[in-house]
Ligand binder design. Structure first.
Ligand code: GUN
Length: 293
């Protein structure tokens, strides 16, 4: 069994990005710049955004953090996005989700300029992904694809089972694995809460990608020998064994599943660290006008 070490791979990619930024700086080019908008004070969102801003600084990107109060009017948030859209120094923008209930996430996402949508959430980017046109791909599926590439995992003709049909992970993941070329060319089954006999579908998977948000859902008997297992889940549960009193669990029961796998991601340290480098990569692409010229 080989551990898919997202922590190690992501730090290698960060170094690669930092080297590219150093080159850009040397040649007097435009330094990539990401703007992050956070609404309210949700603890998890604060942590995610702080990590994103820190990652930008580490690789030499510019970054702008815009904080708005939880009771901000939708119009004010949309105006903020318009300002960022019109600011030529800012290459990419993310609005951290979830947003308060009185604000339409759909409207907000659609307001972001497609060329600056480095989260890959805008319907145009999602649509382009579906028809094999260059687009920004959302961070988690993008990070998983990068891990698969870096470990040279064979995907052609494999049966890939994706558990979870979210817009930002399950659905794009299924499309990416079914795409022509590498990584891709897999036969994909997308499972969800209404899927019948999920256990036997999982057992037929050569590559199992789990993004359900249900701690330790996948057990040893659901995985075939030699499978590649990628665990997107991350649930914080109370623990008497850790100093902090908390531990993180994936959607896969690691101790039971790992011995059966050819490759498996740990939680934490697997998919998680790859997501931020995906965002950095998309920002670099935005700055270099690689997707939309
Ligand atoms: N909330 C949870 N994940 C994400 C993400 O990747 N981007 C944004 N903007 N919000 C999120």
């Amino acid at each position: 069994m080989i551990l898919l070490d997202g922590k190690k791979v992501s730090s290698e990619i960060r170094e690669e990005i930092a080297a590219k930024v150093a080159e850009i700086r040397k040649s007097g080019g435009k330094i990539p710049h990401l703007a992050a908008v956070i609404v309210g004070n949700d603890g998890a969102s604060e942590t995610y955004v702080a990590h994103k801003v820190k990652a930008c600084k580490q690789v030499g990107f510019g970054s702008t953090l815009v904080r708005l109060e939880a009771d901000v009017k939708e119009k004010e948030l949309l105006d903020t996005i318009d300002d960022i859209n019109g600011n030529d120094d800012i290459d990419g923008v993310i609005v951290q989700l979830p947003l308060p209930d009185h604000i339409s996430e759909e409207k907000v996402i659609e307001r972001i300029k497609v060329e600056k949508d480095v989260d890959g959430f805008h319907p145009v980017n999602v649509g382009r992904l579906f028809i094999d046109q260059p687009s920004y791909v959302s961070a988690t599926p993008n990070g998983i694809i990068e891990l698969i590439k870096r470990y040279n995992i064979e995907t052609s003709g494999k049966h890939c089972v994706v558990l979870g049909r979210s817009n930002i992970v399950g659905k794009p993941m299924a499309v990416l694995m079914a795409r022509k070329g590498y990584p891709g060319d897999a036969t994909v089954t997308l499972c969800h809460s209404r899927t019948k006999d999920i256990e036997s579908l999982c057992r037929s998977a050569d590559i199992l990608i789990v993004a359900m948000g249900r701690a330790e859902f996948v057990t040893g008997k659901m995985v075939k020998d030699g499978a590649v297992v990628i665990d997107v889940g991350i649930t914080r549960v109370k623990s008497k064994k850790t100093k902090s009193g908390w531990k993180l669990l994936g959607d896969v029961k690691f101790d039971e599943v790992a011995p059966k796998c050819s490759y498996i991601t740990p939680v934490p340290g697997g998919v998680g660290p790859m997501t931020i480098v995906s965002l950095l990569n998309n920002t670099l692409k935005a700055s270099g006008k690689e997707i939309y010229s």
